[in-house]
Write a protein that binds this ligand. Sequence first.
Ligand code: PNW
Length: 453
Amino acid sequence: NAIAGTPIDRSFPKDFRWGCATASYQIEGAVNEDGRGASIWDTFSHTPGKVANGDTGDVACDSYHRYREDIALLKNLGVGVYRMSIAWSRIFPDGRGQPNQKGLDYYNRVIDALLAAGIQPYVTLFHWDLPQALPGGWQNRDTAHAFADYAGYMAGKLSDRVRHFITVNELRCFTDLSYQVGIHAPGLKLPPAGINQVRHHGVLAHGLGAQAVRAHAKGDTQVGIADNTSFFVPVIETSEHIAAAKKATREDNAMFLTAIMEGRYIDSYLAAAGKDAPKVQAGDMATIGTPLDFVALNIYTPTYVKADPSVPRGWTPLPHLPQSPRMASPWLYVGPEVAFWGVRLTSELWNPKSLYISENGCSADDVLDAQGRDDDADRIMYLRNYLGQFQRATAEGYPLHGYFLWSLMDNFEWADGYTKRFGIHYVDFKTQQRTPKLSAQWYKELIRRNALV
Ligand code: PNW
């Protein structure tokens, strides 16, 4: 066999950006320090029965005090970019009004230390820790305007050093999981009209926030979103199943990314919502459709789909089965092709200028062995397979420019508390010691080669 042993090109583009991601409430702790106001996650995590083991983010990874250590971990990996978020209530303890200089000082210290280490920050303005003081939270349209004021303020303060701003993280989580399913803060279970209105305020906040960032930023600033779009994988790569996956992706995300990329709610969504459709004011849809410099995707779980002429919409999702492979979180099914199809379908549907993966990673049953090591081969398996599919996307020419691994280190995993570990560094939450897992070494080698290893 003449071609046996011939390696295929598994490299990433030359200027591909490698990074890690975290979020404020999940790592910072210090919830009562330097004038920080309460967020809805403080309230929720302190409500008995809401978070596993009654865990809270009161201390988390104590990154408010240990950020220099965290940046040293990043530097050791060799990443060029870091995705972090700002706790809104450190800056505006009441959500609006008087800014809190000490909160801003903290982020200035972090950003300056990152830049000194040669790492570019990508700053998410809202990663779920909504100031508790805002009446009605996302049920109140005013919250979208408060967000825009805060976003503009941050852009004015940081854009001399921060080139990339992300408005909000994961629309579906801070609306549906929080106000419909009720497993995230504030833990409500609204009926259809209520949840549709919350979703509308979410996309409106994004659009107003993107405009505010542009209005207040100095210099060359890019603005985008980090969305956990639900992506459909054609069960067989034929044109009919690919068309089904594309249609499913557009329709299933109608109230989120589709509205943002198209500046309107598509007819199938409005028809299905009927009298429960959101109340939309003049100008809202144009604001929501504000053109973005980049779209960033959090990609974890696939839904496989088939073309199905027997149903009116023409597609049927294939259910996950009890034995379908998944990682340590029950929702985290393994389907690496979603990495390729997420990028390809987003490109084909909406032709964004630039794409990033703002999160990808997995929970695993991490334990330190007697020598204090965590040889997380299962996480390496997961990452290698997903990154293989992202590499396919870059090799086929889709405009994917960077990847942020979730997460730099184990942290407060929302309703799962500290029971689910997503880090490539192990955190001992008693001592706060950070230990690189084998996956950290694997990721470092991948970054060094800029190719799959
Ligand atoms: C994302 N689901 O959350 C978040 O952006 C992170 O803050 C989080 O730690 C990470 O993924 C891992 O969970 C999700 O139930 C939470 O499908 C839940 C789901 C998806 C994403």
